[in-house]
Design a protein around this ligand. Structure first.
Ligand SMILES: [Fe+2]
Ligand SMILES: [Fe+2]
Length: 332
């Protein structure tokens, strides 16, 4: 596997036995698209009773949720609306496209690499499908880049991680952080009117897919840790703590040139800040943004079985910051 370029594999090569979902026939009708969209946002396990983290039923429900909510849209047939020159220029100038394309490619590689190490066939398939969907996100972006003439810098070659579990944890928790803010920023962009409604609608399924991804990740993490022996559990928790420390360090910009694989990564750290600046003219109020992120986070998860676990760390931190900011704001 040494020297493997990011784009030189498909997920099935890293995950033996994985079969990509069948592609729907071109020209799905509006009713079928609407049905697939609704199915992606709502899921409930028909069995009654609790889903105890780590139990077979919990693992089974997690994997079925992910499979049943799959949306079969095809990036190649998405509509890219014609844009007024001024709007197109604004979109082309956003400083996020290189980061976005590279992040999707890296997520695909890391998820597939970790999925390939799993013995549980259902969980392996779920994580492999997640990797496959990251490739589809990359394809969506590639189609958009082509449609609007966005120039990208050449992508660095990504190599499979030496420690797939570490890399998967980094990617999973990164998605938990970035998706939380992306939900709010996306809604902010939709309300601002800075971007055409048709373009926002085209990206809507991608945003909901990220919600499914972090729902899968949160439940995989709970299922996985509950099944570890005492000693392995201690090692795993230490690794999770190290991942959070790494992500905090990375996001405040100290680790701009250091990657887990030893490669340079100058762009990832300020994705949220750049995104925030991009979707709101005149700046983004922290309180308003956090409140919107929390509301959107709750809304996007509301359709899934409440017995499945949600990512908790970032929403909790956001609530604390919001409470402190509100109290501080009242005193002034
Ligand atoms: Fe993605
Ligand atoms: Fe994702």
């Amino acid at each position: 596997m040494d020297g493997y370029a990011t784009d030189a594999f498909d997920v099935a090569e890293l995950v033996p036995g994985f079969r990509p979902p069948p592609q729907p026939a071109p020209g799905l009708g509006d009713a079928q698209l609407a049905e697939a969209d609704a199915r992606m946002r709502h899921w409930r396990d028909p069995h009654v009773g609790p889903l105890v983290p780590g139990s077979d039923r919990h693992g089974d429900a997690t994997c079925r949720m992910f499979r049943d909510t799959f949306n079969p849209y095809r990036p190649a047939v998405l509509d890219w609306p014609r844009l007024e020159p001024e709007v197109r220029d604004r979109i082309v100038a956003l400083p996020i496209w290189d980061i976005a394309v590279q992040t999707e490619g890296k997520a695909r590689l890391r998820m597939a690499a970790y999925a390939g190490t799993l013995r549980d066939p259902a969980m392996r398939d779920a994580l492999a499908l997640n990797a496959w969907e990251e490739q589809r996100h990359k394809d969506v972006l590639a189609c958009m880049v082509a449609a609007y003439g966005i120039d990208l810098v050449p992508e660095p070659v990504q190599r499979p991680p030496r420690d797939p579990e570490w890399a998967y944890l980094v990617t999973g928790y990164s998605e938990c952080i970035d998706s939380f803010f992306a939900f709010g920023l996306f809604e902010r962009a939709r309300r601002s009117g800075l971007f055409p409604r048709a373009l926002v609608d085209t990206f809507e399924p991608v945003m909901q897919e990220e919600c499914r991804h972090i729902l899968l990740f949160a439940n995989w993490a709970a299922w996985h840790r509950a099944r570890l022996s005492c000693l392995r559990r201690v090692r795993f928790e230490a690794k999770v703590a190290a991942v959070w420390a790494f992500l905090a360090w990375e996001r405040i910009g100290i680790a701009r040139a250091i990657d887990v694989d030893g490669g340079a990564r100058p762009q990832d750290n300020n994705f949220t800040l750049r995104g925030a600046q991009s979707v709101a003219e005149g700046g983004v109020g922290v309180r308003d943004l956090l409140a919107l992120c929390l509301a959107e986070n709750d809304r996007r998860f509301a359709g899934y079985d409440e017995r499945l676990l949600r990512p908790r760390t970032v929403p909790r931190l956001a609530r604390v910051v919001l409470r402190v900011a509100t109290r501080f704001g009242r005193r002034r």
